[in-house]
Design a protein around this ligand. Structure first.
Ligand SMILES: *[C@@H]1O[C@H](CO)[C@@H](O)[C@H](O)[C@H]1NC(C)=O
Ligand SMILES: *[C@@H]1O[C@H](CO)[C@@H](O)[C@H](O)[C@H]1NC(C)=O
Length: 311
């Protein structure tokens, strides 16, 4: 008996205690996941907690089922919607055959953005003055660039876009230009691209939308007036600037980019390149790294996980 007990006792120490600890750990895990849903462990603006913003433009958003939320979850500070106007409704999709009744600008972007910003700007007795936090809980002053790529006729479609922004405007969520000289930053900065007419943006002294200028053509006389108040960001096709790329960029190619980025920068305009190579992966990643080193404002990316790893 004694011998048996002495054999059993140590094994209880070795096996019994860890299994008790395991039971405790399960409860701990459930507290860590806050499976109890306790109010002690959540806070009003935690919807985007832990997401670190990255200077990435989520391109080809229509590849994703839930475009705005996917881009947000990866920390992209820029997102894009291709819009088509039919019978007074703005639909979102990359071509006409991809459009459906349900995929509207309002459903896929305006309402989700309103919802996130409402969560980030709660009212409670602790909040004593109005807040205007952006979508990122970790960087509340970071604006989200919202490119609206107008696909149907510019004047009618962009007018409908201006009207569709009204719910965001009413809440004070849109970055605004006042008296043609002062930008008042806000959680969302709308930039018209595609068929957006310059003459619906540039001459307007009080507005809450901006224009995506052609980065490669800023030195042309017709764009001489364009500065950061009209175009906080200008974009161009990467391949059209450097040509097709099979390996590393040459010093000359890098020089072209540097000059464009500098010309834009001197006018208060940030640079964005689309059409960067996505294959081979080594080339794709090295282009991203060069663009970050040359201080573009936004990297364009389809593969949000891959670009996230560059940072
Ligand atoms: C627009 O309205 C017209 C007239 O009601 C209708 O014939 C047409 O199918 C509509 N088009 C779309 C894309 O909704
Ligand atoms: C606002 O400034 C832009 C850029 O200089 C200019 O083209 C436009 O005419 C100005 N608008 C007004 C109303 O003064």
């Amino acid at each position: 008996m004694v011998l048996l007990r002495s054999l059993v006792a140590p094994s209880a120490v070795l096996l019994g205690v860890p299994s008790l600890a395991a039971a405790g750990a399960t409860e701990l895990q459930s507290v860590l996941r806050n499976t109890h849903g306790s109010n002690d462990y959540g806070y009003p603006t935690d919807f985007t907690r832990g997401i670190m913003p990255i200077p990435v433009h989520s391109h080809n958003d229509y590849w994703r089922d839930i475009p705005f939320y996917t881009a947000l979850s990866k920390g992209c500070i820029s997102t894009e919607a291709d819009v088509w106007l039919y019978n007074s409704t703005l639909y979102v999709g990359h071509d006409e055959s991809s459009l459906t009744e349900d995929r509207t600008l309002e459903a896929l972007y305006i309402n989700p953005i309103l919802d996130v910003l409402k969560r980030q700007n709660p009212t409670s007795r602790f909040v004593t003055s109005p807040t205007n936090n952006g979508v990122f809980d970790t960087a509340t002053s970071q604006t989200l660039y919202f490119f609206i790529d107008v696909k149907t006729s510019g004047p009618e479609t962009f007018q409908a876009v201006i009207e569709a922004l009204q719910p965001l405007r009413e809440k004070g969520y849109l970055t605004t230009l006042r008296n043609n000289d002062t930008v008042i930053p806000a959680p969302i900065t709308v930039i018209g691209t595609g068929n957006t007419p310059l003459d619906m943006v540039g001459p307007v002294a009080d507005r809450d939308y901006f224009w995506d200028a052609p980065l490669h053509a800023l030195q042309e006389s017709k764009y001489a007036d364009i500065d950061g108040l009209i175009s906080p960001i200008a974009s161009t096709n990467f391949e059209a600037v450097v040509g097709p790329l099979r390996g590393e960029m040459s010093e000359d190619q890098r020089g072209f980019l540097r000059e464009q980025i500098q010309v834009a920068g001197e006018r208060g305009i940030g640079a964005r390149y689309w059409g960067t190579p996505y294959w081979p992966i080594r080339v794709r990643d090295s282009v991203w790294r060069v663009l970050v080193e040359e201080e573009v404002l936004l990297l364009n990316a389809d593969d949000l996980d891959a670009v996230g790893r560059v940072f």
